[in-house]
Design a binder for this molecule. Structure first.
Ligand code: SAM
Length: 296
């Protein structure tokens, strides 16, 4: 039986055998701790009837753990230099397909629909490249993929912002965007020492349980997110100032005053104190007043 890929010794051996050099620009920090990989795999809650979509397999450390646990793994890796290495390291497993593609451009939904009908539940997993964490997560969520949960390693600071509750200093438009689609929580904090090369910041494993329906009713999603982003544009400003300066303009003061009143929100409050429900009420009120205004 071969040794796990994610031990310091075996990883070094694989990298040397293939003469691989890390590309910082692709966020390449490989995991060398099997315990952490097992925690990610446990959090995914998958079994032998399930499927996994992996973002950024690297040399296959996490891929291997899922290949052992689930029916099928579809992995997206942007770096063509890693493809022959993955063919080598994952050769003991016949249930893994590697797509040499940028996950931001790939049609993940189509791969799931075409290739994963035989699986029960699907989880998305990955030790994400930190330079594109948020775009990757938002793409996966906005596409409304037929997946049960997303388990990813990301920077701790971003995980804190994603899972934040109202009135905390981390709470902002990213918390609302992600929590609109999912129930977010941190599984564990991960030290820098379990990666090669070591990143500058601590990491965390984030769990997103995908919601079947959003937790609030919004009349227009695009407009709702516009209101949320504008409300946090300058954190120290009130909701009144932010929405006036960043969405509506001074000439629509009256409309803003009426909408806030209808939604029961004091104009002097800051965005960070509003719950998702309050943002939904406010955006629905504003939408009723402004739906004819194409400039917004
Ligand atoms: N899963 C491996 C591990 O844990 O050891 C590698 C994780 S490393 C943090 C991120 C991986 O994502 C790298 O292999 C990198 O080449 C790949 N990657 C970076 N940008 C990507 C993108 N846009 N689409 C797909 N893969 C990407």
């Amino acid at each position: 039986m071969t040794k796990d890929i994610a031990t310091p010794g075996r990883t070094k051996e694989i990298l040397e055998k293939h003469g691989f050099s890390f590309k910082k620009s692709l966020g390449q920090n490989f995991l060398i701790d099997v315990n952490i990989l097992n925690q990610i795999a446990d959090a995914a809650g998958t079994n032998e009837n399930d499927g996994v979509v992996e973002v950024g397999p690297g040399i296959g450390a996490l891929t291997e753990q899922f290949a052992k646990r689930v029916k099928q793994v579809e992995a997206f890796e942007i770096d063509g230099r890693l493809i022959p290495i993955l063919e080598d390291t994952l050769s003991p497993y016949d249930n893994v397909t590697i797509h040499n593609e940028d996950v931001l451009k790939a049609d993940v939904k189509n791969v799931i629909n075409e290739k994963m009908h035989d699986v029960h539940e699907i989880a998305v997993v990955g030790n994400l490249p930190y330079y594109v964490t948020t775009p990757i997560l938002m793409k996966l969520l906005e596409q409304r993929l037929p997946v049960t949960r997303i388990i990813v390693m990301i920077q701790k600071e971003v995980a804190d912002r994603i899972a934040a509750k109202p009135a905390s200093k981390e709470y902002g438009s990213l918390s609302i965007a992600v929590q609109y689609y999912s129930n977010a929580s941190t599984v564990t904090i991960v030290p820098k020492t379990v990666f090669v090369p070591r990143p500058k910041v601590d990491s965390a494993v984030l769990k997103l349980e995908i919601r079947k329906t959003p937790p609030v009713h919004v009349k227009n999603e695009e407009f709702f997110f516009k209101v949320v982003r504008a409300s946090f544009a300058q954190r120290r400003k009130t909701i009144w100032n932010n929405l006036q300066h960043n969405l509506l303009g001074k000439e629509r003061k009256e409309l803003l005053a009426q909408s806030l009143k209808q939604a029961g929100i004091e104009p002097q409050r800051r965005g960070e104190t509003l719950s998702m429900e309050e943002f939904a009420n406010l955006s629905n009120e504003l939408y009723d007043f402004t739906s004819g205004l194409s400039s917004l």
